[in-house]
Design a binder for this molecule. Structure first.
Ligand SMILES: *Cc1c(COP(=O)(O)O)cnc(C)c1O
Length: 415
């Protein structure tokens, strides 16, 4: 009883920083200074200004890539990568069943077919084996997502890519500064895509950026941002179908200031995550994040796995009890696999044409649950905790004790 009273009064004092407002964002004087300079310069387009260009240079340096191009969103970033690979209509791009729609819609807009690979339930990420199972003679690219900031097991994926001559696109929207071995994510595949949306590691509200070492891919991505207009060429033209995906100087200025804060934020997120992982060791029915050997997870979210055989009601039940402790969580993350969204089940695309799905091999659009055991098992188990570099040790300790108590309450007194 006494314990319960102490816990309640602590909860009252303890507000969790949120990435949806100033409490959980690192936006401040540095951003204001740069954005003021951008405004006073009178040049808000990145085709003429210097902020976005400087951001691109600094981001490329930080990731260790030859080229970086800023764009209007993470979705645009993925679109640039897909457009640079330049699939023929009906070509296939193998991707993951657990990701953001922004990583999938661009494939369809480029006339290609997203072919969903199953995931490793320990990480919710695709693996070399699940990708290999989906390769066909129409496979044009592999698009992996490093979900929650936890990098895929990239060594075997890159071996597969090299042996089959299929390029890899990395969606790093959730995984800034994550590493696979010694290499930063975004540098393993042909292209790395990042998002600067409100809730990501660093933000400009909306925004994206791509990196590559390949000069030809870089050129195509640059053109795709700019309506394929050959700025600076002797006889410029609109060379192919493309959009205006430019980042403005306002966003470029904010992103430049945010980039300086990225390392510290990632360090904080990682240290806090280690503290929670330590505090949850030995808790029956709960698994802390699994990281592939040699990789570095940068904790966009902190994802637990709840064993429903051990804990009555599994992840949703735990989420419900946690709510009574004022602990927010997302049981089952996106709820259903991406391939169960209407865009794929109804093939609602351009008018009533169903294009490009009309070009698909039947197997490429076979979404039978039996082909996705890892995906369903993963979504069944995951409980996603919001994570933030502004959490303090007290926040983490509150999370740990709440999770321990919640587990106890649904474990039928066994633990
Ligand atoms: C956020 C996100 C995107 C899309 O980025 P936007 O900036 O929201 O368009 C794509 N992929 C993943 C994995 C994401 O988390």
């Amino acid at each position: 009883m006494a314990q319960a009273i102490i816990r309640e009064s602590e909860t009252e004092a303890l507000k969790f920083p949120s990435d949806q407002d100033a409490s959980g964002r690192s936006l401040g004087k540095e951003e204001i200074d740069l954005v003021s300079q951008a405004i006073l310069s009178g040049t808000l387009t990145s085709t003429k200004g210097n902020f976005t260009r400087t951001l691109e240079k600094r981001f490329a340096e930080r990731i260790g890539a030859k080229f970086a191009y800023a764009c209007s969103s993470g979705t645009a970033a993925v679109h640039l990568a897909v457009a640079a690979i330049d699939p023929e209509p009906g070509d296939e791009i193998i991707t993951t069943s657990i990701t953001d729609m922004g990583a999938l819609a661009p494939i369809v807009f480029q006339g290609a077919i997203p072919v969903f690979a199953d995931v490793d339930p320990r990480t919710c990420n695709v693996t070399a084996e699940t990708i290999a199972d989906r390769i066909s003679d129409r496979t044009k690219a592999i698009l992996v997502t490093h979900l929650f900031g936890n990098p895929c097991d990239m060594r075997p994926i890159m071996e597969l890519s090299r042996s089959r001559g299929i390029p890899v696109i990395e969606d790093c929207a959730q995984a800034f500064l994550g590493q696979s071995g010694d290499t930063m994510v975004g540098r393993l595949g042909a292209v790395g895509c990042f998002s600067l949306q409100q809730g990501k590691h660093i933000t400009t509200g909306e925004g994206g950026i791509v990196v590559t070492d390949d000069a030809q891919i870089a050129r195509r991505m640059y053109l795709f941002i700019n309506k394929a207009w050959g700025y600076g060429d002797p006889n410029p033209d609109h060379y192919f179908l493309a959009l205006n995906y430019r980042m403005s100087e306002l966003q470029g200025a904010v992103a430049l200031a945010q980039l300086d804060k990225l390392d510290k934020g990632v360090r904080q997120r990682t240290n806090l995550a280690m503290r929670l992982t330590d505090a949850l060791q030995g808790l029956a029915g709960i698994s802390t994040p699994y990281v592939y050997p040699g990789n570095i997870h940068t904790y966009w979210k902190y994802c637990l796995r709840v064993d429903g055989r051990r804990l009555e009601g599994g992840s949703p039940a735990l989420g419900k009890v946690l709510k009574t402790y004022d602990v927010a969580s997302m049981p089952r993350y996106i709820q259903k696999p991406a391939f169960q969204c209407k865009i794929f089940t109804d093939q609602r695309t351009f008018g009533n044409s169903r294009w490009p799905f009309t070009l698909a091999r039947p197997e490429a659009v076979d979404y039978s649950p039996k082909r996705f055991p890892g995906t369903f098992s993963a979504l069944e188990q995951v409980l996603v905790l919001p994570w933030n570099e502004r959490y303090t040790q007290r926040h983490v300790d509150h999370l740990a004790s709440s999770i321990r108590e919640a587990v106890k309450s649904i474990d039928g007194g066994r633990s």
